[in-house]
Design a protein around this ligand. Structure first.
Ligand code: TYD
Length: 205
């Protein structure tokens, strides 16, 4: 089973991932935890270029292609082999981040972006995607107080609003793959709800 976590900035998905994985491992599941656009040595190098504040001149098409370059490597080197071994793979971000950020956020042609994403991932889609739903302002505020800021966080708030709206559009297009999680709540409540969603889906498989 391939599970992805998605959300706008500061939605808390990254800090929820580790306790979730520990919980599932304690239950006896083999779980592989990873993140986009990293997860491979090549991917991490590409991530450096994407995150670097000095790269202010980066064009949206360049940004889109770099994410796909990292993704192709990630799919081949990490996701497919782990799934083939029978592990549950949980990734912090995946293809929907490109559709939401580069597609809706940068207002690029969605049909073209979808084709690129499909090429990079060779059509590999998650079985389940969890959307950490938080108001854009709350998320950006949380992120401001954290230390892991990157070039994309610095895009104007309108960009992040479009990303949030974009996610909701994506969910409408494919409701059976998505579950919306209220990420405005206390972190323990979010973790509890997250565990419930994942266990329910694993049991249904
Ligand atoms: P990261 O520091 O991991 O942020 P977060 O904790 O919010 O996931 O940086 C990832 C950034 O890259 C984040 O701003 C979202 C963005 N991103 C895209 O714009 N497109 C993509 O395809 C992916 C995978 C990430």
């Amino acid at each position: 089973m391939f599970i992805t976590l998605e959300g706008t900035e500061g939605s808390g998905k990254t800090s929820q991932l580790l306790p979730l994985v520990e919980f599932l491992r304690n239950k006896g599941y083999t779980v592989y935890m990873t993140r986009e656009p990293g997860g491979t040595s090549i991917g991490e190098q590409v991530r450096e270029i994407l995150s670097n504040f000095e790269n202010t001149e980066m064009h949206p098409r360049t940004e889109t292609l770099l994410f796909q370059a990292a993704r192709a490597q990630f799919v081949e080197q990490v996701i497919r082999p782990r799934l083939a071994e029978g592990a549950i793979v949980i990734s912090d971000r995946y293809v929907d981040s490109t559709l939401a950020y580069q597609g809706y956020g940068h207002k690029q042609n969605l049909k073209e972006i979808k084709a690129l994403v499909n090429y990079a991932a060779e059509g590999l889609m998650p079985d389940l995607t969890i959307f950490f739903n938080i108001s854009v302002e709350t998320g950006l505020e949380r992120k401001k107080n954290g230390d892991e800021r990157n070039r994309l966080d610095a895009y104007p708030v309108e960009f992040h609003q479009r990303v949030h709206k974009g996610y909701l559009e994506l969910i409408k297009l494919e409701p059976s793959r998505w579950t919306i999680l209220d990420a405005n709540q206390d972190k323990d409540v979010v973790q509890e709800n997250l565990r419930t969603i994942i266990l329910k889906n694993l049991q249904e498989k």
